[in-house]
Design a protein around this ligand. Structure first.
Ligand code: GUN
Length: 301
């Protein structure tokens, strides 16, 4: 008897619809590739992307390899600048300036985090805002956060979250959106981008009082807090749309900040980890670099 019960529980249909980031990113990449082919056919330059990596962090090296491979697959000119951990801040800034002045380079990305002897802010400040495909320059983040301004680029992971919502038919305007996490890379910009699309946005963090109660008000919940499976089923409003940006390793397996097994029974749509937001980040980076290449060659974007 109990075996039968367990089997039927295991086979129970997933309540929430899966937001398939792998498939959506494949579609985005296909469109980018076609656009690059058209650029070349029209006698224009292929987009050029430089990725600067300082130090030995294995996760950063994995990201950068993946960025380079995807860029090359889509017909971009891709330059890797891999520097030892001993590289000085002045040397990194010199390299950024060199690529600022290179006509063939449309996008410059400095992989974060940088080694502790290098001041991240000082390096990001040096990137030409027209080549800031990460969207982390203070001018671009500032414009993203102001009324009636337009940043030249939206940061890649947040842009991936928004694209997943749009392509899953989610209406953002008028919704209660809750963002759990306030990092410069994800939480803060994604909150601004949801607000720019007329959501009512609450940003929660480690000091938020009544966290579970606040999170449970969300129609759209974006989680980027960096704690494995922190968000449980009773934190989530029935029918909510849940975007999980978390990337944690537990017992050698990748998992998100949302307890997927529980929350999928409550949400109406949910991203898995892996296969949700992750594949979108690089697709959005290349999308930003393509936008830059078109802009810098005087084409419509
Ligand atoms: N490190 C983790 N995510 C990112 C990102 O989106 N851009 C950069 N430059 N570094 C990162």
């Amino acid at each position: 008897m109990s075996t039968t019960t367990n089997d039927s529980t295991a086979l129970a249909a997933t309540t929430a619809k899966l937001i398939d980031g792998k498939e959506i990113a494949t579609n985005v990449r296909k469109t980018i590739k076609e656009d690059v082919e058209k650029l070349i056919k029209d006698g224009k330059r292929a987009p050029g992307l430089v990725v600067i990596l300082v130090g030995d962090r294995p996760d950063s090296h994995t990201y950068v390899r993946s960025k380079k491979k995807t860029a090359s697959d889509l017909g971009f000119v891709s330059i890797d600048c891999i520097l030892p951990a001993s590289t000085s801040q002045e040397e990194v800034i010199e390299i950024v300036r060199k690529y600022n002045n290179s006509d063939e380079v449309d996008g410059i990305l400095v992989q974060l985090p940088l080694p502790s002897h290098i001041n991240e802010e000082s390096v990001l400040n040096e990137i030409d805002i027209t080549k800031d495909v990460d969207g982390f320059h203070p001018v671009n983040i500032g414009k993203l956060s102001m009324r009636n301004r337009k940043s030249l680029f939206e940061p890649c992971t947040p842009k991936g979250c928004i694209e997943l919502l749009i392509r899953s038919g989610v209406q953002i305007e008028g919704k209660n959106a809750v963002v759990l996490g306030r990092s410069n890379i994800v939480g803060l910009p994604v909150a601004m981008m949801l607000m720019n699309r007329n959501a009512t946005v609450t940003i929660c963090h480690s000091k938020t009082a009544n966290l579970q109660q606040v999170v449970s008000q969300a129609d759209i919940l974006v989680v980027a807090i960096g704690v494995a499976r922190m968000v449980k089923a009773d934190w989530v409003k029935p029918g909510a749309i849940v975007i999980d940006v978390g990337m944690n390793t537990v017992d050698g397996k990748l998992c998100g900040d949302v307890d997927f097994a529980q929350v999928k029974e409550v949400a109406s749509q949910i991203t898995p980890v892996p296969g949700g937001v992750g594949p979108m980040t690089i697709a959005m980076l290349l999308n930003n670099t393509l936008i830059s290449a078109k802009r810098r060659q005087g084409l419509d974007i």
